[in-house]
Design a protein around this ligand. Structure first.
Ligand SMILES: CSCC[C@H](NC=O)C(=O)N[C@@H](CC(C)C)C(=O)N[C@@H](Cc1ccccc1)C(=O)O
Length: 753
């Protein structure tokens, strides 16, 4: 305890006794560290099997050292971060706060190395005392924790493979008195939980009816025959596979008594919400299920009669719907554009007229979580929330790199940013009735933690990844603005390998120029941002500088910027990217003779495009790439409706245009050693796209390696088997080390990054 600990928090006194209480007290007194015993009673649950689940439950001990003002110092020995650190990192999701602001619920996800899967925990924290009860569902996915309107109950869903999906509910006060519990095979042995409702498959969400006596759940069943027959242009979706016959049933599930099915339909649903008086449900449906396009509509169903009323006649996607407290309108995320680069904004629909209007007509930025780093296997939580007085709406938006929580008045259209001005990424948020904002946030050099914004003051509530951060050297990201084609400003970030010192995470300017790996994002209408990205950190940990930029086409810089890549893949986007590379080489940060390039999806397209147009890179690693825009249109799940809009050409009357923009057309020019990687189950950019490019490279005698991951989907790199995720990054690190080396080279003057 070298003055590193400000407060020693112990959950149960008997644990301290086992450690030798007198000795601990004496050391703490000597070092002026405070001892806090959260629970004076005996720790009767300690042998609940929680440890077997492989999670360290002392996580919150680390947190509070900084929260309570303890001096935070780095351990004397740190090590380079590596791909397998995915096994150490935790993802945080779906934060919720009880109505009285006393409790928070949070889903914490860890990687289970042995089972090659994920472990889910529900953390219930008493904000005042800091006491945390942890309910582990092990390898069973736990989601949708929701407090009842008065905060007295907490419900959540656990998916248990062959046992179906279970909805559990318990009293918040009893749960918060628990220490740690492990959920086994459908029962919460000994805990004060009710196993309320079970179905084979439930839609993602769970909602309380306003009187707190029942829950809304949607059951989804689907069938897929052996021999499939399709008569629509659309027949598959990446991630879920071939189109199925789907039925959705809405259930009202009382805490006491029999569940009642009040409506069913022969199609799936998107999101749903309960009206403030509980009489009606709003839900979204796909508008043209056989077309594969993204238009959705809102429908309303009466809970008593089961009658349905269509509300909207929308031209674009609709998701994340929320009722106004008056029950007169709904807000949602989506857009009304036919373009392939349509950016989601914040909309409000009047429940009488069905008319919709944009609440942020001048704020041309994507609303919602569009990037959140690459650790978490689950999507962001970004449903807009009305203030209790119904006069304004809270939402998250990405403006350039950072993603923040904002608030907008219903009639003023000007967003006010609420979260601090750090280069940060808010990935999940919720708002209490008192207006407290609970959110999960990360930065390029700090993984996800939970924060509370109350009365204008922001407080970090957890330190779940803090112990890990103290073990490793993390690279910092320096924001830069480059000059792109037509002199457009192009935002990017340079990360340098952190110095091998025990005192700081600072980069070693004296070691420049570094071998550099350029990383290109997907989309092209994705965007890099400020989320913690293990890919970037692990490359830096291997000794590379990492450059990532948002070329034209990226979201978060306005519609015109996103549109500027349409019909021009490999054109000015390529110049934007290469100008950034030129700049960091010219400024002495990167060694122009040791350059690597990698990217996924559209980033894989750009990687294969780059090596067909320049020999400046010594190694390339395209992942989940598109190499042939012609075969893409007939084989990708979105090929037919999205491809022609993006490339302004289709296979029948724009063959030459598509060919001219296809990396495979330039494969003869490639001299760069290339490692291709792809998931075999990818239906977005089917593996044939890599097969075509790899086959041509080998046929032409160019050095190439092809790595195939069984199953999975286009998103296997964040949602797939952890061992495949780690393997991918280890191969990338090895490939670039082998081709670029990672040691210091000589020369060069440099400017500040
Ligand atoms: C629902 S249509 C959106 C398609 C989306 N493009 C957005 O710009 C997309 O899936 N793009 C693929 C590549 C394309 C099929 C050639 C892609 O790059 N996906 C990336 C990232 C991404 C996904 C969705 C929206 C933005 C970026 C990926 O999956 O990593």
């Amino acid at each position: 305890m070298q003055d590193e600990v400000g407060r020693y928090v112990i959950t149960h006194k008997d644990r301290l006794l086992r450690l030798g209480a007198d000795l601990v007290f004496a050391i703490c007194e000597d070092k002026q560290a405070e001892v806090v015993i959260l629970n004076q009673g005996e720790d009767t649950q300690r042998e609940s099997g929680f440890e077997e689940a492989g999670i360290q439950h002392q996580n919150y001990l680390c947190v509070d050292l900084s929260k309570f003002g303890g001096t935070e110092k780095r351990m004397t020995e740190t090590r380079a971060i590596q791909p397998s650190d995915l096994y150490q990192l935790r993802a945080l999701a779906e934060p919720q706060m009880s109505a009285d602001g006393r409790f928070t619920a949070l889903v914490v996800i860890a990687v289970d190395k042995e089972q090659d899967g994920y472990i889910y925990e529900l953390h219930l924290m008493d904000i005042q005392s800091g006491h945390v009860s942890i309910i582990s569902s092990g390898a069973n996915k736990l989601r949708s924790p929701r407090f009842s309107p008065d905060g007295g109950q907490l419900a959540f869903i656990v998916s248990q493979e062959e046992h179906g999906e279970h909805v559990y509910v318990g009293e918040t006060s009893s749960l918060s008195a628990l220490s740690n519990w492990t959920l086994n095979e459908g029962t919460l042995a000994g805990a004060k939980f009710k196993d309320l409702f079970t179905k084979r498959k439930l839609a993602a969400e769970l909602s309380w009816f306003p009187d707190g006596t029942s829950l809304l759940l949607a059951q989804v069943s689907s069938t897929l025959p052996d021999v499939k027959e399709y008569a629509n242009v659309y027949f598959k979706t990446d991630g879920t596979g071939l189109l199925r016959q789907v039925e959705t049933q809405f259930w009202l599930v009382p805490l006491e008594g029999e569940p009642r099915q009040f409506y069913k339909q022969q199609s799936g649903i998107g999101t749903m919400a309960v009206s403030p008086n509980g009489s009606e449900i709003a839900f979204t449906v796909q508008k043209f299920p056989g077309k594969g396009s993204w238009e959705a509509d809102i429908q309303l169903v009466n809970v008593e009669s089961g009658t349905v009323r269509p509300l909207t006649d929308s031209n674009g996607p609709i998701r994340a719907i929320s009722y106004a407290p008056t029950g007169n309108s709904l807000v949602w995320l989506g857009h009304q554009s036919a373009a392939s680069y349509g950016t989601e904004s914040l909309w409000m629909t009047d429940l009488v007229s069905g008319q919709s209007r944009a609440l942020l007509p001048q704020f041309d930025r994507p609303i919602g979580v569009i990037q959140k780093g690459d650790v978490s296997p689950v999507s962001g939580t970004d449903r807009p929330v009305f203030s209790t007085d119904g006069q304004s709406v809270y939402f998250v938006a990405q403006d350039g790199g950072p993603t923040h929580v904002y608030k907008v008045g219903l009639d003023d259209g000007t967003p006010v940013r609420l979260t601090g001005d750090a280069q940060r990424c808010v990935s999940h948020f919720s708002v209490s009735t008192a207006g407290d904002v609970l959110f999960v946030s990360s930065t390029p050099d700090k993984p996800e933690e939970l924060y509370l914004l109350r009365g204008g003051i922001e407080e970090q509530l957890t330190g779940i990844n803090q112990a890990f951060c103290k073990q490793v050297r993390l690279a910092q990201a320096s924001r830069m603005v480059f000059q792109g084609a037509d002199n457009w400003p192009i935002e990017g970030w340079l990360m340098l390998p952190p110095a091998n010192t025990s005192t700081a995470n600072t980069a070693t300017a004296q070691d420049a120029p570094y071998p550099l790996v350029l990383v290109v994002h997907g989309g092209p209408h994705g965007a890099f941002g400020c989320g913690f990205t293990l890919k970037h950190q692990a490359l830096c940990g291997s000794g590379f500088a990492v450059l990532y930029v948002n070329p034209r086409g990226s979201q978060a810089y306005g519609t015109d910027f996103a549109a500027a890549v349409i019909g021009d893949w490999g054109g000015k986007d390529y110049i934007d990217i290469m100008n950034a590379v030129d700049k960091v080489v010219a400024d002495g940060w990167a060694d122009g003779a040791r350059l690597g390039v990698t990217g996924y999806s559209y980033g894989g397209f750009m990687t294969t495009w780059i090596i067909g147009h320049t020999d400046r890179f010594q190694a390339a690693a395209p992942g989940g790439c598109v190499s042939n825009l012609i075969s893409f249109q007939g084989t990708s799940d979105i090929g037919k409706h999205w491809g022609p809009k993006e490339h302004l050409a289709n296979v029948y009357d724009g063959f030459e245009t598509l060919w001219a923009r296809s990396p495979i057309a330039y494969v003869k020019n490639v001299n760069t050693p290339t490692l291709l990687y792809h998931a075999e189950g990818d239906d977005r950019c089917p593996i044939g796209q890599s097969e075509e490019f790899y086959t041509a490279l080998r046929d032409l005698g160019t050095e190439a390696v092809f790595v195939r991951y069984p199953g999975g989907s286009h998103s296997y790199g964040t949602t797939g088997k952890p061992s495949y995720r780690v393997d991918t990054q280890e191969r990338l690190n090895r490939w670039f080390r082998e081709k670029l080396g990672s040691t210091k080279s000589t020369v060069s003057s440099k400017k500040s990054p």
